[in-house]
Design a binder for this molecule. Structure first.
Ligand SMILES: Cc1cc2nc3c(=O)[nH]c(=O)nc-3n(C[C@H](O)[C@H](O)[C@H](O)COP(=O)(O)OP(=O)(O)OC[C@H]3O[C@@H](n4cnc5c(N)ncnc54)[C@H](O)[C@@H]3O)c2cc1C
Length: 507
């Protein structure tokens, strides 16, 4: 019998884990305490890296159809533009834009995909308890329709149950950090405004921040730090509309049909994301400011970077004896990602609110970063999560780099000039289930690539893709043969330059 996997929470992160496991043929049970899908205003921006992940799950095209592309961001300080950045200069990805799309739409697309893959969600079912031993996890699930509870046993449990995670508390994992003092308000709906609809707009003022994000169907997300005083009895949407018109130098008039919300933000992380047979992903593992829009994006990567590893154990392609090593690597990598996300989102949140000389310093830094190209080279790749580099763990060797290829880093999704069919990119060769070896030979016959299966000693074998031709020199910056072993999540696990050759150096 296949190992049994329970996913608690059918938000975007639990759904991404479920789709990824179903794509590998692994059966999953998904429960959610909600009776029906929510329609609250939550995350609205998907970055290019998340779109790459969603491409691997087979939903990126659908999301693109339903979303609204954003080509950049403009930063204003007290009415003056201090910097603009464009995603158009992103390199080595096919997504040179961000996608504005309401979270409930993303969730609907994922639910439909899960259903097409034979999966389903047990709604109105709440996890209320959990205990584990070396071999199983025993869960207590409450059926909120009938008011009954029952125990069910699983081999693995993924906690994707949000910031107040029951899986986390039942496993006894701490959630350390703090809650910011500032309250934020938001409203989604149609607006009459001359603001450009191809970009997000940040207005940092001495009375607080305003972020305006254009959404599909001529709607807008208006996001504000709450003003110090709100007249008693004022409707939330009226407060947001009033503050928006004060902080935006371009007139914005709210039209009928807005949905408003109020929320506090946290900077918190689970002390562990893996304990025995239980994993934490998404908001259950980390909660941070929406500055930089990292929540849903980081969460779906938590989920899919776990799912191919867990899938390998469940399918038997990775021996169970290796699970300790496999999940240690996963949790080490997620720890590195979460540290960076917490630091970046905290910095951005603090920068929104600075006053006096600090404001002038911030504005000068933003202005300088745009002029010197720092925004393009460093900030945008980091915010869009296109740059992913991990510090190798024990026994993984030192990082290596040849041209644009790096070990323990995302494989650049370069268009392959040697391929006969136009538009083929490196990520097209990745497998959702197993690592793939890609051999690059810039001295070989142009346009040739083959796919053969080599049986690795004692292992399940490795697909080997051979790409050759001098055009690889300019596309990848290499001048000799290089072989990469690339994981299903697009991270280069091993990079082996041909030591007999000459040319691009290894660092
Ligand atoms: C106002 C706002 C704006 C945001 N903007 C952005 C943005 O622009 N970009 C971005 O990346 N992120 C943004 N975020 C963050 C983003 O919404 C979250 O990171 C995201 O929802 C996390 O997804 P998740 O699946 O981990 O958790 P959730 O979306 O919280 O889903 C958890 C699910 O678990 C279920 N559940 C909970 N407890 C149980 C239980 N005991 N048993 C069964 N089911 C349970 C819940 O019903 C829910 O369906 C924003 C958040 C807010 C609130």
């Amino acid at each position: 019998m296949s190992p049994r996997v329970l996913i608690v929470g059918a938000g975007p992160v639990g759904l991404a884990a479920a789709v990824s496991l179903r794509l590998q043929g692994v059966p999953v049970t998904v429960v959610d305490k909600a009776a029906s899908p929510h329609t609250h205003p939550k995350a609205v921006v998907l970055w290019p890296r998340a779109l790459e992940v969603f491409d691997g799950l087979g939903v990126a095209d659908r999301l693109e159809t339903e979303g609204h592309p954003l080509t950049g961001q403009h930063y204003h300080s007290n009415g003056t533009r201090v910097a603009s950045l464009t995603f158009r200069r992103l390199r080595h990805t096919k997504y040179r834009y961000a996608l504005a799309i309401p979270q409930h739409t993303t969730e609907r697309v994922l639910r439909e995909r899960l259903s097409a893959l034979g999966g389903s969600i047990r709604t109105h079912t709440e996890l209320t308890g959990l205990r584990q031993d070396a071999d199983t996890v025993t869960t207590t699930l409450a059926d909120l329709d009938t008011g009954t509870t029952r125990e069910e046993t699983y081999d693995w449990v993924i906690g994707a149950d949000g910031v107040h995670s029951s899986v986390r508390s039942a496993t006894g994992i701490g959630f350390e950090g703090h809650t910011y003092e500032q309250t934020f308000l938001l409203s989604d709906g149609p607006c009459d405004t001359g603001l450009a609809t191809d970009s997000a707009h940040y207005f940092m003022t001495d009375t607080g921040v305003l972020v305006m994000v254009p959404l599909p169907d001529k709607q807008w997300r208006a996001f504000i730090s709450a003003p110090r005083e709100i007249p008693e009895g004022e409707a939330l949407v009226d407060t947001v509309a009033r503050v928006v018109s004060q902080r935006s130098p371009v007139p914005v008039r709210f039209l009928d049909g807005h949905a408003a919300g109020r929320f506090r933000i946290h900077r918190k992380a689970a002390e562990r994301v893996w304990q025995g047979r239980v994993f934490l992903v998404g908001d259950a593992a980390h909660a941070h400011s929406p500055a930089g829009a990292q929540g849903i994006n980081t969460g779906v990567e938590d989920a899919t970077s776990l799912a191919w590893r867990l899938g390998g154990i469940c399918r038997g392609s990775v021996p169970t004896a290796d699970s300790e090593r496999v999940f240690t690597q996963w949790s080490d990598e997620r720890h590195q990602v979460v540290e960076n996300v917490l630091r970046d989102t905290d910095l951005q949140t603090r920068l929104w609110g600075v006053r006096g000389f600090r404001r002038r310093l911030r504005d000068a830094a933003l202005y300088g970063a745009e002029r010197t190209g720092l925004l393009d080279r460093v900030v945008i790749p980091r915010q869009t999560q296109i740059v992913q580099r991990f510090s190798p763990g024990p026994g993984q060797g030192r990082p290596k780099a040849v041209g644009v290829l790096r070990s323990h880093a995302r494989l650049p999704n370069v268009e392959i000039p040697t391929d006969a069919s136009a538009g083929t990119r490196l990520h097209d060769f990745l497998s959702p289930t197993e690592p793939v070896a890609i051999e690059f030979d810039p001295a070989g016959t142009p346009g040739h690539h083959t796919k053969v299966r080599h049986a690795a000693a004692g292992g399940a074998g490795l697909d080997v893709v051979s790409l050759s031709g001098p055009a690889l020199r300019s596309a990848l910056g290499i001048s000799r043969r290089v072989t990469c072993v690339v994981r299903p999540d697009g991270i280069v696990a091993e990079l082996t330059p041909d030591t007999a050759g000459k040319g691009a150096g290894t660092t």
